[in-house]
Design a protein around this ligand. Structure first.
Ligand SMILES: [Fe+2]
Length: 532
C-alpha cells in the first residue's frame, strides 16, 4: 500500500497536485487530445444475447494484495451467482500515488494481466479520476486510449477520456470526464450531443462520474465547486433531456448506495484497491437533496472501530517521523540560540525564556508563524474560523511537545551524561536526542489529532484513514441486464484480502494465486433491481 505519510510521497504528491491545479486547469489536454484523435462514436453492445454482464471497479492500482484480490475475483467466470462481465469499466483513480508509465504498469496492468491469464478477457473502458489527471492525462491516454495497444491483454476501444456504451434493452452507460473538478469541455459536450441524437425516447441512462458530488456537497456545503449547478445536471437537462436512473462513481474508497423517492440510485463504489475510507464520517445518511443511504460497506460500527488505529500512527507510518524530527529539532535549535544557562534553572523559567525569545528573535518568530500557518493550512474544514482555531490548537500542541522534548534532551545531557551546558558535546547530543525523540512523539500527536478530528468533528476523513493504510474491505460492482430489460446491480466485497501468494498455472498460462488461509472469499453485500 502507498505510504501517504512518507515525506517523499507527500512532497512529490503536493508538487504534482499544485502543478496540475495551476496548469492542468488552464491547458486542457482533453481539448488537444479530442481534436487530434479519431472521431469516437458510442460503443455498441446492444446485440448481446441472454444476460449481459458488466463489471465496474474504481480506485484500483494501489498495493498488490488489494488490487490483485479484486482483479482475480473480477476475472473468475462465475461468483456468488453472478458472471464475469463482457465489459469492465474502471471508474477513476486507476493508479496511486501519481500516474507514470511505470506505476500504471506495476500497480494496475500487471495485476489485471495476471488475473485474466488463462481466462476470458473483457473489453476494458476507463475514465480518469483526480490521480490520473496529475500528469495531465499523459499516462492514462497511453494506457487506455490506444486501441492498438490494449490493456492487460484485453481490448480497449476508446480514444478519448470519456465514452458512451449502448447496452442491451436500451440502457446506455455514459462515462464523463470532469477533469480536476473543472467543467465539461466543448468537444465532450458535442460528443454526448451526438450520442443523444441517436437515442430514442425510451433510452435509460447510467452515468459514470469521477466523484460523488452528492456526498461532497453535503460534507462541504461552502465549497463552490461541489454545487449542484453541476455538469451532470447540465447533461440531463440540456443534452439528454431526461434524468439518469443510476449514477456510479468511485473517489471515496468504500461502498455506499443512496436512493431517492423516484428510485434513482447514486452509488459510490471506490473499493477497487486503494486504502479504505471511513463510512461513519462525515455523516451522509440523509442527503439534503432527498437521497437516503440504503447500504454502506464496511458498516459504520466497523469504520468507527478502525479509527482507533490512529493511536498506532507512528508504527503504521514510520517514515512520517522524519518530518516531525526535523520540525522539533529546528524549533528547539532556534529557541536555544537565545537562551542562557540562567534561563534553564527549572522548566517554568525555561518556558518563560523560550516564549520571550520567540517574540524578540525575528527568525524564531517567523519560524513559529510558519509552523502555525502550515498546520492551519492542513486543517480539514471549509469554515475559516474553525480552520484557524483547529489548526492553531494542533500547532500549539506540537510546539508544547517540542518544548517538552527539548527540555528532556537538556535534562538527559546535563544530568544523566553530566555534560557542561553550552559545550559542543552537550549541544550536539541534545540536538540529536530532540531529533530522535521528536519524530515518534510528533507522529503520535498527529495520530491523536486525526482520531479526535474524525471521531468528534467528523473531519479529516481522508487523512485519518489514509494514515491507516487499510488494504481490506475491498469491493466492486457487477451489473446485469436481463432479457426483460431489468438492470440488477450487485455489490461484491472481500472482507480480508490475501497477504500471501504463490506462482501457479491456469489453463497452461503462468499466473499467481492466493495462498492465505485467513483471507475471506468474495461475498454479495448488496443488490438492487431497476425495472424499465
Ligand atoms: Fe481514489
Amino acid at each position: 500500500m502507498v505510504g501517504w505519510y512518507d515525506p517523499r510521497v507527500l512532497a512529490h504528491s503536493a508538487y504534482k497536485l499544485v502543478i496540475a491545479n495551476i496548469f492542468g486547469r488552464h491547458s486542457d489536454t482533453r481539448l488537444i487530445e479530442a481534436l487530434a484523435s479519431q472521431p469516437q462514436n458510442e460503443f455498441d453492445y446492444s446485440a448481446a444475447q441472454g444476460d449481459f454482464w458488466l463489471d465496474y471497479a474504481a480506485d484500483i492500482g494501489d498495493g498488490w494484495n488489494s488490487t490483485y484480490a479484486v482483479a482475480d475475483a473480477i476475472a473468475r467466470p462465475e461468483l456468488e451467482g453472478t458472471e464475469a462481465g463482457r465489459v469492465l469499466v474502471f471508474g477513476g483513480d486507476e493508479v496511486y500515488p501519481y500516474p507514470t508509465r511505470g506505476e500504471y504498469d506495476v500497480r494496475t496492468e500487471t495485476p489485471y494481466r495476471m488475473a485474466f491469464a488463462g481466462r476470458a478477457h473483457p473489453d476494458v473502458f476507463a475514465i480518469p479520476g483526480n490521480h490520473d489527471w496529475y500528469d495531465s492525462l499523459v499516462a492514462f491516454s497511453r494506457t487506455f486510449c490506444r486501441p492498438e495497444r490494449g490493456f492487460a491483454g484485453c481490448a480497449t476501444r476508446q480514444t478519448r477520456s470519456y465514452f458512451a456504451l449502448k447496452l442491451p434493452a436500451n440502457w446506455w452507460l455514459l462515462a464523463i470526464d470532469l477533469q480536476l473538478g473543472a467543467d465539461l469541455d466543448e468537444p465532450q459536450v458535442q460528443y454526448f450531443q451526438k450520442v443523444a441524437s441517436r437515442m430514442d425516447d425510451a433510452a435509460r441512462l447510467i452515468f459514470c462520474v469521477p466523484e460523488p458530488r452528492w456526498i461532497l456537497e453535503d460534507a462541504y456545503p461552502s465549497h463552490s465547486s461541489y454545487e449542484e449547478l453541476s455538469s451532470t445536471r447540465f447533461l440531463e437537462e440540456k443534452v439528454f433531456k431526461r434524468k439518469a436512473r443510476v449514477f456510479l462513481t468511485g473517489d471515496l474508497h468504500f461502498y455506499k448506495r443512496h436512493e431517492n423517492s423516484e428510485g434513482i440510485q447514486k452509488i459510490t463504489s471506490g473499493g477497487g484497491g486503494a486504502f479504505l475510507h471511513p463510512t461513519h464520517a462525515p455523516a451522509t445518511r440523509n442527503l439534503s437533496n432527498g437521497f437516503v443511504q440504503r447500504a454502506a460497506y464496511p458498516d459504520e460500527q466497523t469504520s468507527r472501530r478502525l479509527s482507533w488505529r490512529n493511536f498506532l500512527f507512528p508504527a503504521i507510518n514510520p517514515k512520517s517521523g522524519w518530518l516531525y524530527a526535523f520540525l522539533y529539532a529546528m524549533s528547539a535549535w532556534l529557541a536555544s540560540a537565545s537562551l542562557e544557562a540562567a534561563d534553564l534553572i527549572d522548566a517554568q523559567t525555561a518556558l518563560a525564556a523560550t516564549l520571550n525569545a520567540a517574540i524578540r528573535d525575528p527568525l524564531n518568530g517567523m519560524w513559529l508563524v510558519g509552523v502555525i500557518g502550515g498546520f492551519i493550512f492542513f486543517t480539514d474544514t471549509h469554515v475559516r474560523s474553525w480552520r484557524i482555531l483547529g489548526g492553531a490548537c494542533h500547532a500549539l500542541l506540537h510546539l508544547a511537545a517540542a518544548f517538552a522534548v527539548g527540555w528532556f534532551a537538556l535534562w538527559v545531557t546535563v544530568k544523566v551524561f553530566d555534560l557542561h551546558y553550552g559545550s559542543v558535546a552537550q549541544l550536539l547530543l541534545s540536538g540529536l536526542v530532540t531529533f530522535v525523540v521528536g519524530g515518534p512523539v510528533g507522529a503520535f500527536i498527529l495520530g491523536v489529532y486525526l482520531f479526535v478530528s474524525i471521531r468528534i468533528f467528523g473531519r479529516h476523513s481522508n487523512e485519518a484513514f489514509s494514515s491507516l493504510r487499510i488494504q481490506d474491505f475491498k469491493q466492486w460492482l457487477r451489473l446485469r441486464i436481463d432479457a426483460a430489460g431489468v438492470l440488477t446491480i450487485h455489490a461484491i466485497a472481500i472482507d480480508r484480502v490475501p497477504r500471501r501468494w504463490r506462482a501457479a498455472q491456469r489453463n497452461g498460462k503462468p499466473t499467481i494465486e492466493a495462498h492465505d488461509a485467513r483471507a475471506t472469499a468474495p461475498r454479495l453485500i448488496d443488490r438492487v433491481e431497476i425495472r424499465p
